[in-house]
Structures are given as structure tokens and as C-alpha cells.
Write a protein that binds this ligand. Structure first.
Ligand code: ADP
Ligand code: MG
Length: 247
């Protein structure tokens, strides 16, 4: 069957839509959890280094599944995902730890540690990449302030609302200033004021040069971010559009 053909070529350059090096390349990816029910049906797109891309689509379209494939938390049935030229999910044995160190992840399935304060959860992410100690407290505070959570830094995760938890998870993903950031539904549970803070933080992340990939069911978010949109519907890319006008 043709869908089982796997390309093993590591692409060095972006195709249409960019001339720079590719940060993330998804090539004809298929994934099902149940025989006869394909969640991803031949998904292909790329994200150039330094690009801001929104994966947009209704609930159940396969966005979170796609993100799990990109971090090696799930294996594709066919097709390949490259992150910075390393094949992540085609069945090889990549150095996942090294690839993940280059990524800031705000994704499902990575809960905060309940016994540590909000500030200590963020500090732990910095310590994991061996950031200089004298820098830690300032960076933790500034990151929490950026997402509007500095007032909750001594709270414990079980005391937070869903929207607060989301913002702390975003702060944890960004505090190490990783070159690639994946954010899954970063504004889903937020009111307008909090959403505005998160959007401006994501824009600043892109402005400092990070490659940023955001998944959302909100058709308004790509415009507010000034992002290029890749629209996913029923497991297929239906539109890979130009950079959206900022709202
Ligand atoms: P989205 O993030 O776009 O809302 P998901 O990737 O979470 O979509 O889910 C896409 C589809 O895959 C849904 O129908 C979901 O129920 C199914 N799915 C996702 N993960 C699993 C799993 N581990 N086992 C079974 N079905 C799954
Ligand atoms: Mg999802």
C-alpha cells in the first residue's frame, strides 16, 4: 500500500513558503489508534526555523496527536517527522532526550509537580538545563509576570484553576528560552485579559527568534498572532495558508 512508503530523506531546506533551514518537517504521517479509524491521514507540512505557525482545526482533528508524534511520545504508523533534521517518529532510535532539550513544551500529559510551588516548578525547568543559579529567581519571576501569574508564585499546582495551570505550564515551557516551542491550546481556558497576555508572550517568543508551533481550535488565534496557518480537518491538512493579518 502506498501509504506505507516512508521517506527517509532528511530535508535540509524549506520548500514553498520559506528559504531558510527547516525546524520541523512532517512528511505523509499516518496514525490510528483503532483499526480502520485513521486519526492522521497523510499529514505533511513544514515549519521553517524562526517561523510562527498555527495548526488550526476542530476538536478531534488530530492536533494533540500530531504534537505527541513531534516529541516522540507516540510512534507514527507511517511517514516521518524530523526535528532539526533528526528523525523523530519513523521507527528509528533518535536521541529523544537531546531533541527534547531543544524544545519548550506546553503539551498535554506533562503535569506540574503538585508538591512544588509554582515558582519552584519553573525553577526546576531552568535547573534541568543548568542555567546559572544567580539568574534563576529573576528569570522565574519575569516569566511568571509575562503570563500574568507572578501573584501566584507561592501557590501549589492543586490550588490553581485550569487557566492558571495553563499559564504556568506556558511559563515552564518558555523560561529556558528554547529554540523550538510547541504550545497546545495555550489560550483555551483563558478570559480575554489573560489571553491577551499569553498572545503577547507568544509574539515576544517569536520575536526573539524561536520557532513556534501553536495548536488551537480557535479560528481567531492565527490572526491575533500574525501566524501562518495550517488547517487540519479530519486528519488531513486542508489549507496551508500565508501569514495571517494581525487582528
Ligand atoms: P485534537 O487535539 O485536534 O482535539 P486529538 O489529537 O486529541 O485531537 O484526537 C484526535 C482523535 O484521536 C480523537 O478522536 C481522539 O479520541 C483520538 N485519540 C487520541 N489519542 C488517542 C489514544 N491514545 N487512544 C485512542 N484514541 C485516541
Ligand atoms: Mg488537542
Amino acid at each position: 500500500m502506498s501509504r506505507r512508503t516512508v521517506s527517509a530523506q532528511a530535508p535540509a531546506r524549506a520548500g514553498a513558503g520559506g528559504n531558510g533551514p527547516v525546524a520541523i518537517q512532517v512528511l505523509d504521517v499516518w496514525k490510528s489508534f483503532q483499526a480502520g479509524l485513521d486519526v492522521l491521514r497523510g499529514v505533511s507540512f513544514h515549519v521553517a526555523r524562526g517561523e510562527l505557525v498555527v495548526i488550526e482545526g476542530p476538536t478531534g482533528a488530530g492536533k494533540s496527536t500530531l504534537f505527541r508524534l513531534m516529541i516522540g511520545a507516540e510512534r507514527a504508523d507511517a511517514g516521518t517527522v524530523f526535528v532539526n533534521g533528526t528523525e523523530i517518529s519513523g521507527g528509528g532510535t533518535p536521541d529523544l532526550a537531546a531533541v527534547r532539550r531543544s524544545m519548550g513544551l506546553m503539551v498535554q500529559g506533562m503535569p506540574l509537580l503538585p508538591a512544588l510551588t509554582v515558582a519552584d516548578n519553573i525553577a526546576l525547568a531552568l535547573r534541568a538545563v543548568k542555567a546559572p543559579f544567580h539568574d534563576t529567581r529573576i528569570r522565574v519571576y519575569e516569566m511568571l509576570k509575562a503570563v500574568g501569574m507572578e501573584g501566584r508564585r507561592t501557590a501549589y499546582p492543586p490550588q490553581l484553576s485550569g487557566g492558571e495551570t495553563q499559564r504556568v505550564c506556558l511559563a515552564r515551557a518558555l523560561v529556558t528560552r528554547p529554540p523550538i516551542v510547541l504550545a497546545d491550546e495555550p489560550t483555551a481556558l483563558l478570559d480575554e485579559v489573560a489571553a491577551r497576555e499569553v498572545i503577547s508572550t507568544l509574539r515576544a517568543t517569536h520575536a526573539r527568534g524561536a520557532t513556534l508551533l501553536v495548536a488551537t481550535h480557535d479560528p481567531g488565534l492565527a490572526g491575533r498572532l500574525g501566524a501562518r496557518r495550517v488547517i487540519l480537518q479530519a486528519g488531513r491538512v486542508v489549507v496551508a495558508g500565508p501569514v495571517a493579518e494581525r487582528a
